[in-house]
Write a protein that binds this ligand. Structure first.
Ligand SMILES: Nc1ncnc2c1ncn2[C@@H]1O[C@H](COP(=O)(O)OP(=O)(O)OP(=O)(O)O)[C@@H](O)[C@H]1O
Ligand SMILES: [Mg+2]
Length: 395
């Protein structure tokens, strides 16, 4: 018996729990060498290990899938060469390692958060589901209005599974000579399939934009077909997340390729309040002030809330003497697209109408005591002012 042969056997058994071509090749080489050197018994023993591992793999095809999606593929490192567009040398993707991905879960309403939790637990327990022959989803399409946190969500999901993200903006893949678009898509998927990663296809709607150009019909068909084929091969190789703002423009065939489709809505008033509280820190605003900020941004996105918080921080440092309400009037002037036009006009036109509008708002139900401090007066003088103006109206 060869010295350490029991360790060699154990090594082969462990390697074969997760086989790949290189492992099979090396074990076969070892068997051949043992035979050649007259160690027939040992060679037979390894052959036995090899064939029993192969027959168990044949019996449970899901194990092969598992090895691809969960543990198969090469590790991406900082030195891994990223494929580039041949004409312009622009990289086709950007790599985000788990340490670079957002640790904080984006904030959404309860229903969406539950749905997201279910995707995350499906993907983190992917191997367990495969063991019981369940076929977990391996792709997800995230769609919704701009700035609602879709890209942040996709990266956060990847962080939860602990895999790096290969982020490709389809717009980038297509910005080069049209003829090379299909080749770029093919190269990008080949790269993602080779490595352990989550493939994130951001700005998916770029394809739809192309479709609007009547001169490019043939090319668009080719690109869509390449994308469909690539998404099909990707299914067995790893997780894929698509992100788009214009889901209605997506080809139905592409739409169908995604196992899960999740719509991210604009934040509700409650979610907007949470987002603002998170973004304004370390500045301190009381609940009425935060509610007022949410009122100003009603119908806007989380990105707008982040933008307002940055603006408040800047104003806090640069225009310390401005009152809270003056600061918000200035924001309204400079961010016309972020504040609803009726609100904006009244805010800038007359304090009295502005106060009445706040007091009559059904969603936020402001009280006089909430808003009087915004204008630097006491609730009782606000009340006096309001009754005085009512009296004048009667006359
Ligand atoms: N619901 C949210 N929770 C936490 N952060 C959010 C949320 N919505 C937006 N943000 C923040 O706003 C910024 C923009 O978000 P992100 O880029 O993910 O939006 P998007 O939906 O992908 O936008 P676009 O459609 O323009 O690509 C990020 O800094 C993100 O953290
Ligand atoms: Mg985005």
């Amino acid at each position: 018996m060869i010295k350490y042969f029991s360790i060699i056997q154990a090594l082969c058994r462990s390697a074969l729990t997760n086989p790949n071509d290189a492992i099979l090749h090396q074990i076969n080489r070892l068997i051949e060498s043992l035979e050649k050197d007259g160690h027939g018994k040992e060679a037979k023993s390894l052959e036995g290990i090899l064939s029993s591992s192969q027959s168990s793999a044949d019996m449970s095809p899901s194990k092969i899938q598992k090895s691809f999606i969960v543990s198969g593929g090469e590790e991406i490192t900082k030195k891994t060469a990223i494929p580039v567009d041949k004409e312009t040398s622009t990289p086709l993707a950007e790599i985000f390692f788990p340490v670079d991905l957002p640790a904080e879960e984006p904030l959404f309403g309860e229903n969406i958060e539950l749905a997201i939790q279910s995707i995350v637990s499906e993907w983190t327990k992917f191997d367990k589901l495969l063991e019981i022959e369940a076929t977990p989803a391996s792709s997800c399409l995230i769609y919704g209005a701009p700035g609602t946190g879709k890209t942040h969500l996709a990266k956060w999901i990847a962080k939860q599974i602990g895999l790096p993200v290969v982020l490709a903006r389809l717009e980038g893949l297509m910005s080069s000579y049209l003829g090379t678009t299909s080749r770029n898509i093919g190269n990008l998927f080949a790269f993602a399939n080779r490595y352990k990663c989550v493939l994130l296809l951001d700005e998916f709607d770029a394809i739809a934009k192309l479709r609007n150009d009547p001169q490019e019909v043939g090319e668009v068909k080719r690109v869509v077909n390449t994308l469909l084929q690539s998404l099909d091969t990707r299914r067995e190789k790893g997780f894929t997340i698509g992100v788009t703002n214009h889901e209605s423009l997506l080809d139905p065939a592409i739409w169908r390729r995604f196992d899960i489709q999740i719509e991210i809505p604009k934040p509700s008033p409650e979610v907007m309040i949470h987002l603002l509280k998170k973004f304004v820190a370390p500045l301190e605003y009381n609940d009425s002030e935060i509610k007022f900020l949410a009122w100003c941004l009603e119908g806007s996105s989380g990105a707008d809330a982040e933008m307002l918080a940055k603006w408040l921080k800047r104003s806090f440092v640069l225009d310390k003497r401005n009152s809270f309400i003056d600061m918000m009037k200035q924001f309204t002037l400079l961010n016309a697209g972020r504040v609803e036009p009726t609100k904006r006009n009244i805010m800038l036109h007359s304090d009295e109408e502005f106060i009445n509008m706040l007091l009559n708002d059904k969603t936020y139900s402001f009280k006089q005591k909430d808003i009087a401090p915004f204008f630097g007066i006491t609730p009782s003088s606000l009340s006096k002012q309001l009754s005085k103006s009512k009296d004048t109206e009667k006359i």
